[in-house]
Write a protein that binds this ligand. Structure first.
Ligand code: EPZ
Length: 426
């Protein structure tokens, strides 16, 4: 069992280079198995979810190696068409290997994916789209058996919701399908554009990514390439919220300013001074934050990102005034609020609404990370709290943050990872 021990009350100061994006690296790793040749992925973050993706690749016959934030994936030979349940369960992204496997081999057996427990996370949109593009899908005893009897063909797909994962799965299947595929109401997240940028490097023909309608013209074959993964906009939001919560002053380098705009435009309403230039973001938050007057509504990109909801809340629990969140993407994404309340925050949750009444201070406590972004939020609150906080179940955090304790320590925060045998609950 691993824990973070955080000694709060120190202002974060300094410069930090942003890690590569988890939510871009994962679909791009899935896409690499379409090529049949080596792909070299630079700026690849060292995360447990990335290693889980490499286990899936190795399990179907690819070879995946890492060194110094570079992944090399050889997909010359696919030797299996089933992704075992234990690998599917490790993360949500495992489901997008389905589209890539069908695109490469025409058959694949999976089960429902795992990932953060944010409420029901069905895959009905994924399966409906794959069926429309010619896939036979049978579900039996929890297994989803997929086969493309003839050549996969393009189709016009209208998504009922701009699902990120469904958009990715359709793209991964369509790039080698016969004819043209049009995705209407497609997700517009920056990670979709990064996936399409990688696929274009491999010879795919895709246009419209970043907009609501994406057009893919299928190609017979794709080739390998070398590609640099975009920076992680949510990790960037996290470190900025940690600096804001501790009245600090930091510079983020290797940042994706445009992709972070929907978040930055809300953060600056808290009274922080934010300056951006090229790939750098400078934040100074010398005084107590102000509450955000307008309701903070999480929406598909280019709306406020749901993945930044928890970490911004952690910064606002000690702000002056009352802030209101409305979580519109997931049914159960306030699981971190219990820990914040235990540390002295005043948070009232009613359905998808959370009301945050700013308190003067937080106090260290023994708390647990409930999911990836909730765990980062609790860590941010611990950095701002008086006294010592112990955070358990930090394996959730390791899924999406590259050695969080090193990054925070580099900015002057007092945090250390300890290995304990006890399974004591807090
Ligand atoms: C991706 O999840 C991200 N994960 C999530 O980040 C992110 O929160 C989410 O997109 C929204 O931006 C990765 O990229 C690995 P969705 P995904 O499909 O693809 C419903 C993090 O913290 N839905 O856009 O699962 C679904 O239940 C993670 O890094 C269906 O109903 O998100 C949810 O309510 C957490 N049927 C909503 O749509 C479907 O077939 C959005 O889901 C698919 C989705």
């Amino acid at each position: 069992m691993q824990k973070f021990i955080v000694n709060g009350g120190r202002r974060l100061r300094g410069e930090l280079a942003l890690q590569g994006s988890k939510n871009s690296a994962l679909p791009i790793m899935a896409a690499s198995l379409l090529c049949g040749e080596d792909c070299v992925l630079k700026n690849c973050p060292e995360l447990t979810d990335v290693y889980a993706a490499s286990r899936i690749l190795n399990c179907v016959g690819c070879k995946c190696s890492f060194s110094d934030n570079t992944a090399v994936i050889s997909s010359g030979e696919i030797t299996a068409n089933t992704i075992p349940e234990e690998l599917m369960r490790e993360m949500r992204s495992s489901i997008i290997f389905l589209g890539a496997m069908l695109g490469r081999t025409g058959e694949c057996t999976v089960c429902c994916p795992g990932g953060c427990e944010l409420g029901p996370r069905p895959i009905d949109m994924h399966l409906a789209a794959l069926r429309k593009m010619g896939t036979d899908i049978k579900e039996s005893y929890g297994r989803i058996i997929c086969r493309v009897p003839e050549k996969a063909h393009g189709a016009r797909i209208s998504l009922p919701f701009p699902s990120v994962g469904a958009t990715e799965n359709i793209i991964l299947f369509a790039v080698t399908a016969e004819g043209e595929t049009v995705i209407n109401n497609a997700a517009r997240e920056p990670e979709i554009c990064d996936l399409c940028g990688f696929l274009r490097c491999c010879g795919a023909e895709i246009s419209g990514d970043g907009e609501s309608s994406i057009v893919i013209r299928g190609k017979e074959k794709l080739h390998g390439c070398e590609y640099s993964i975009m920076p992680d906009r949510i990790a960037g939001a996290t470190y900025l919220c940690m600096a804001a919560a501790t009245k600090g002053e930091i510079i983020l380098t290797n940042a994706c300013v445009d992709a972070m705009e929907p978040f930055l435009s809300v953060l600056e309403q808290t009274g922080c001074s934010i300056y951006t230039a090229e790939k750098r973001i400078f934040l100074r938050s010398g005084a107590r934050l102000k509450a955000v007057n307008d309701r903070i509504r999480t929406m598909p990109h280019p709306g406020f990102p749901t993945d930044a909801q928890a970490v911004l809340m952690a910064a606002l629990v000690t702000a002056e005034g009352t802030s209101v969140f409305e979580e519109n993407i997931f049914d159960c994404r306030y699981r971190h609020t219990d820990a914040l309340v235990k540390m002295g925050a005043d948070v009232q949750v009613l359905g998808k609404i959370a009301v945050i009444k700013g308190v003067n201070r937080l106090y260290g406590a023994n708390v647990e990370a409930t999911d990836l972004r909730g765990g980062a939020a609790v860590t941010a609150a611990a950095l701002a709290a008086e006294g010592v906080t112990e955070i358990s179940s930090i394996s959730h955090i390791d899924r999406g943050y590259e050695r969080l304790e090193d990054a925070v320590s580099r900015l002057g925060g007092s945090i250390k990872r300890v290995y304990t045998n006890s399974t004591s609950t807090c």
